[in-house]
Design a protein around this ligand. Structure first.
Ligand code: KG4
Ligand code: ZN
Length: 365
């Protein structure tokens, strides 16, 4: 892999030592999949707390809907089209100028290669023009630390349940950049199971919010859906069997009427939620940890959030979940992760490149 120097050969080094700043302003850019997002974030170097000054998101969901899934080439072109516009919006909303920006944080992986290349090239070009250092951020680290956007992160160690469209993992966090995956899915991710079950019920992508909507009017007990891997004495997950069970339950009905769709939606939401909650509690108990963070798109699910907080109380575990808008993909979490990294270790300008595949456990500080 050819590594590109941070500033395309710009010969003046960037100094991002946080001692220089009272407030460090970070422009976050996220374009790893089908949302283009830009946010302006101000980190207080004294309190180590940050706040979002402005943000803007353009979702491509409607564009991809007619293809039944994300089309990578279309995603890249759309990111390219909207990024300058969103950036201008975010700068205007915060009344900011390029001189006010101290760093640009950009998702450099994992994700769709083309989409990542658009975001990182844009960040590098803007950085070069305005002489602003660019900090590459791992998308899942952004999700993992996102609960810190709504308040303090708990003291280390803590466990994070990371549940998105492509990932389902339990991660032990011993410090910034010190992530041990202690459980993960052997097949489909929880979000994928929501999305595929939604497709069976004739609902559009992304399926999670649609299933949650129907589930409100459903009876979760009508269909006996499995709780995969719950009896297994480990912290791993498997959701592909659950999706198949939803498919068979729908097929075996004479008519898949509105009530049956609501009942199946409630059933699958409860099954996914129950497995995630039980495994998370087991993880905390086994690891002797009393703080649990939940992040990623599926963490926006209200059933999961409410039941998890109730259950965790019984185990003496404190739960921290980001606001729903910071569970799904956003740029504030990317800027926030950069601020946490810069606060934990002095900035060390290194050559880097995008990584479409990038394991969280490969990260160091
Ligand atoms: O983190 P995210 O926005 O993107 C990835 O990095 O994958 O997660 C997207 C996933 C999708 O599978 C979507 O169906 C799911 O999160 N999701 C939800 C909800 N909102 C989004 N799942 C259940 N309930 C929700 N309210
Ligand atoms: Zn994500």
């Amino acid at each position: 892999m050819m590594l590109i120097s941070p500033c395309f050969g710009c010969d003046v080094a960037h100094d991002l030592s946080l001692e220089k700043y009272e407030i460090v302003n970070i422009l976050g850019i996220e374009s790893s999949c089908d949302e283009t997002a830009v946010a302006l974030y101000a980190g207080d170097t004294d309190t180590k707390q940050g706040r979002v000054l402005s943000e803007s998101i353009a979702s491509q969901i409607e564009i991809h809907a007619r293809f039944g899934g994300v089309v990578p080439e279309v995603a890249s072109r759309e990111h390219l089209r909207v990024l300058p516009m969103l950036t201008a919006q975010v700068m205007n909303m915060a009344n900011a100028d390029w001189q006010d920006i101290d760093a640009i944080a950009v998702t450099s992986g994992p994700g769709l290669m083309g989409a990542l290349l658009v975001g990182t090239s844009y960040a590098r070009a803007v950085g070069l023009v305005h002489h602003i250092p660019v900090v590459p951020i791992h998308h899942m680290e952004g999700h993992l630390l996102a609960p810190g956007l709504s308040g303090d992160l708990p003291a280390f160690p803590f466990i994070t349940l990371l549940v998105s469209g492509g990932h389902t993992m339990l991660v032990r966090v011993d410090g910034m950049g010190s992530y041990t995956v202690i459980g993960q899915t052997l097949d489909d991710a929880a979000g994928e199971c929501f999305d595929k079950s939604a497709r069976v019920l004739g609902l559009p992508y992304p399926g999670g919010p649609e299933i949650a909507r129907l589930a409100q009017d459903g009876d979760a007990k009508r269909f006996k859906l499995p709780r995969p891997m719950l009896q297994k004495d480990n912290l791993h997950f498997s959701f592909s069997g659950l999706k198949t069970a939803v498919m068979y339950a729908a097929r075996d009905l004479e008519v898949l009427d509105d009530q049956a769709r609501c009942d199946l939606a409630a059933g699958v939401e409860a099954a996914i939620g129950d497995v995630l909650i039980k495994k998370s509690m087991r993880a905390c108990k086994e690891q002797g940890v009393t703080s649990l963070l939940v992040a990623g798109g599926v963490a926006a699910n209200q059933y999961l959030r409410q039941k998890l907080i109730r259950e965790a109380k019984k185990y003496g575990v404190c739960v921290n979940v980001p606001a729903p808008e910071y569970c799904t993909d956003n740029a504030a979490m990317i800027a926030h992760a950069a601020f946490k990294r810069l606060s934990a270790k002095p900035y060390d300008e290194q050559a880097w490149d995008v990584q479409a595949r990038w394991k969280l456990s490969e990260l160091t500080l």
